[in-house]
Ligand binder design. Structure first.
Ligand code: MUC
Ligand code: MG
Length: 367
């Protein structure tokens, strides 16, 4: 069960439709496939989606830090020594996406070695999650059309709406149009990616007070320390910390500082091991959790379902699991299928999914 090689393979797959939001946009998935090999010939897989505009990691940076720093420190360590693995990775303060992909590939290799599904090793609560679709910036009519198409084709009834443009009325008009177009049976919440000031956020939330929102996420930067606390105190829905809370310690600081009352868990940035710690913290404090999306491909989305299904708290709300639908292709042998608004874990050892070698050969950038 000892790790004898860690591979980092760059691949590029274009999006059919770019996703635009307050802190950036994504037109091409420039991701990294991480493979952890063991001395018994088992290979665990995971996907790293770097988000340069958020965490500063790039595709080339993820590969460099894995090849030069992390991989040499993991050779010879057992898959069961996950605390040793995490302590070696966490000598480095940053690089959450690179570390998380290694962590999840280790869990996949462990599941395959033990012939057990990772979701059951983690918690085994259920085998599925309701799906939430994330709507990027566009004009109100186009966003309503997209939401209707996603609802009609996939049965999805929860939408996260990107906000944070200026003037804020551009976004409040969209949310109002979505509520009018889709009716009261859909769940709506908003994510500002730090685009507004605390005062703009408060005015926008006030203007949307009659729209029955579920949550508000990262409307303004957490560095506006008192301003954000002032905003969160007057919000009448849970306020989700996302990119402001990358580690369990960050999450603790945000809660204790009054800067958030809920948390987004993204396996792409906390893997399985640290996502467990964030989950346990949120459960202990009695706060809401949403399984977020780092604009993941299908392998990353499956990691989110594998983790989210494992616990009662993480499977309670719809998870942000559908943005892979906007990609022109993917790497899995069996594409993920969303049906009746639900995504199900695959039976089988590890993550339950495999990479199609022909697709990898088509999209990898290192040959
Ligand atoms: C989100 O929830 O913010 C956009 C940037 C990123 O890192 O994740 C997405 C979605
Ligand atoms: Mg967010």
């Amino acid at each position: 069960m000892k790790i004898n090689r860690v591979e980092a393979i760059p691949f590029v797959i274009p999006y059919r439709k770019p996703l635009r939001f307050a802190s950036g946009s994504v037109e091409v998935a420039e991701h990294v496939l991480v493979r952890v090999h063991t001395d018994e010939g088992v290979v665990g897989i995971a996907e790293a989606p770097p988000r340069p505009f958020t965490y500063g990691e790039t595709q080339a940076g993820v590969i460099a830090v894995i090849e030069k720093l992390f991989a040499p420190n993991l050779v010879g360590v057992s898959l069961l020594e996950r605390e040793v693995i995490m302590s070696r990775l966490n000598r480095t303060v940053g690089n959450p996406v690179a570390k998380s992909a290694i962590d999840m590939a280790v869990w996949d290799a462990l599941g395959r070695t033990l012939d057990q599904p990772v979701t059951e090793l983690l918690g085994g609560y259920t085998d599925r999650m309701r799906v939430c679709h994330m709507l990027g910036f566009d004009d109100p009519a186009a966003m309503v059309d997209e939401a209707e198409r996603i609802r009609d084709n996939y049965g999805i009834r929860t939408f996260k709406v990107k906000v944070g443009r200026k003037p804020f009325q551009l976004d409040t008009a969209v949310v109002r149009a979505l509520r009018a177009g889709l009716g009261d049976e859909v769940e709506l919440y908003v994510d500002g990616n730090r685009g507004w000031s605390p005062a703009e956020s408060a005015r926008a939330m006030h203007e949307m007070a009659d729209l029955g929102l579920l949550f508000a996420e990262e409307l303004c930067p957490a560095d506006d320390v008192l301003g954000r606390r002032w905003l969160v105190q007057q919000c009448d829905v849970p306020f989700i910390a996302d990119e402001s809370a990358v580690t369990p310690a960050d999450v603790t600081r945000e809660f204790l500082g009054g800067a958030a009352t809920a948390v987004s868990i993204k396996t792409a940035r906390t893997g399985f091991t640290f996502s467990q710690r964030v989950h346990h913290l949120a459960e202990g404090l009695g706060v809401e959790v949403v399984m977020g999306n780092q604009i993941d491909g299908q392998l990353g989305s499956m990691c989110t379902v594998v983790f989210g299904s494992a616990y009662r708290l993480t499977s309670r709300r719809a998870g942000e699991l559908s943005n892979f639908l906007d990609m022109s292709d993917d790497l899995l042998t069996e594409p993920l299928q969303i049906a009746d608004g639900t995504l199900t874990v695959r039976p089988g050892a590890g993550l339950g999914v495999d990479i199609d070698p022909d697709k990898l050969a088509r999209y990898r950038q290192d040959r």
